[in-house]
Design a protein around this ligand. Structure first.
Ligand code: MLT
Length: 323
């Protein structure tokens, strides 16, 4: 019996290796768990374009929004582990979500095959153009004095914008109305239309509108200014030194995806991040490109574990989690 089992295992292993050698034979779906046009979608489309060239097959973006990104991630994580469905997750779906969803249908650190980090995305405090504040100090004073009529946009409980928004409001000591969108792409449209007051969002989404002057930006929540927005002060310079927060976007596959396929996907991502045009597009949006050591599946696994551990107490302290 044991000989049969060994032979079967060898046969299956050989079949897996053969499949990996021929992979990909058809287009690959990359699930983006938010509406088109938001930061997750933007990073996904930029890196997927060059990855498609390396793989020799089109990576097709599928936007599956809902529940702060957890709907799309749950679905993608449960798809066949054959390399033909991957996903763009981030600090929300694979960091904050476990603290915010007690019945989350996945464990970010156990239920996926990490492929690699695509981009770091610093957080910026932005507001509608008509917001009556010219700098962060005036913003802070205004939202405190007008808390009852303030509304903050976000992309659903567990999203990056919700997570960093909860932290911002906790530090400001306010509880504005929280307006959920299927992504911060649609949220930005309402900010530009002056129908929502403010949000904390990833730089790759808001940088073009800040440069165009169609929305206000008060500060970036990183220790250093962004080369993409050199005139935007840091939160430390502008009066909220404790608000230090940045997000990241990363590619994952279903847990049992064969290692040779994971390696091919990681290779395609690494080549994309070394491509001049891909780098230019990410950098001009304020994205932070991971260094070589930061691009491995192992580095992403460690990041996910660290982020889940980091965000749970922060969100509990901010009152965002049922105690
Ligand atoms: C978020 O977590 O806020 C999302 O990244 C928003 C989006 O990509 O639309």
């Amino acid at each position: 019996m044991k000989k049969v089992a060994l032979a079967l295992a060898a046969l299956l292993g050989f079949a897996g290796t053969a499949a990996a050698q021929d992979y990909p034979q058809r287009p690959v779906t990359m699930v983006v768990p938010f509406a088109a046009g938001g930061p997750t979608d933007v990073v996904a489309r930029i890196v997927a374009e060059h990855m498609s060239r390396t793989l020799g097959q089109q990576i097709v973006i599928e936007n599956v929004a809902g529940a702060g990104g957890t709907t799309g991630i749950t679905r993608a994580g449960q798809s066949a582990p054959d390399g033909y469905t991957i996903m763009m997750g981030h600090m929300g779906t694979h960091g904050a979500a476990p603290a915010l969803y007690p019945n989350l249908k996945y464990d970010p650190a156990k239920d996926f095959a990490p492929i690699g980090l695509a981009a770091g995305t610093p957080i910026i405090i932005v507001a509608k153009k008509d917001f009556p504040a010219k700098d962060l100090k005036e913003f802070m004073a205004y939202v405190k004095a007008n808390e009852a009529k303030m509304n903050m946009a976000h992309a659903g409980v567990g999203s990056v914008s919700h997570t960093v928004g909860v932290l911002l409001n906790s530090q400001l000591g306010i509880k504005p109305a929280m307006v959920a969108y299927r992504g911060t792409g649609p949220a930005l449209n309402d900010l530009m239309a002056n129908t929502v007051d403010y949000m904390a969002d990833q730089i790759v989404n808001v940088a073009p509108q800040i440069s165009a002057g169609t929305i206000k930006a008060f500060a970036i929540a990183t220790p250093e200014r962004s080369p993409a927005l050199p005139d935007l002060p840091t939160t430390k310079e502008a009066g909220m030194p404790d608000y230090q927060v940045s997000a990241w976007n990363a590619i994952f596959a279903p847990k049992a995806t064969p290692a040779p396929i994971v390696a091919k996907l990681n290779d395609a991502l690494v080549k994309a991040l070394d491509d001049d045009n891909t780098r230019k597009r990410l950098l001009e949006l304020g994205g932070v490109i991971p260094d070589k050591a930061g691009r491995t599946p192992e580095a992403l696994q460690k990041l996910v574990e660290a982020e889940v551990a980091r965000w749970t107490p922060i969100l509990k302290a901010a009152g965002a989690v049922a105690q």
